[in-house]
Design a protein around this ligand. Structure first.
Ligand code: SF4
Ligand code: SF4
Length: 80
């Protein structure tokens, strides 16, 4: 089940790029802001990055053929 990053929540801190054991997350510039992106070919879906994101911007999802939408399978908790 793919890992996605909500670019509206991501603040580009880079924590996830550091902890990913597969080096599957890169930082990129989108519309003048630095945000994280998952390189799906490298990601083994271990989900470690999900708990480390302070913004809860990383989620594991399943494409729902029923609704043609994204179904959230796994997401981090907000770190207050
Ligand atoms: S840890 Fe979260 S906020 Fe920081 S770069 Fe990764 S996805 Fe963005
Ligand atoms: S799920 Fe695992 S391999 Fe994939 S980006 Fe997150 S930490 Fe890296």
């Amino acid at each position: 089940m793919p890992i996605i990053i909500n670019k509206e929540e991501c603040e580009g801190c880079g924590t996830c790029t550091t902890i990913c054991p597969k080096s599957a997350i890169v930082l990129e510039e989108v519309d003048g802001s630095v945000v994280a992106e998952v390189v799906s070919e490298l990601c083994d879906e271990c989900c470690e990055c999900i708990e480390f994101c302070l913004r809860s911007a990383i989620k594991q999802v399943l494409w729902s053929s029923w609704e043609h939408g994204l179904l959230i399978m796994n997401e981090g908790r907000k770190h207050e």
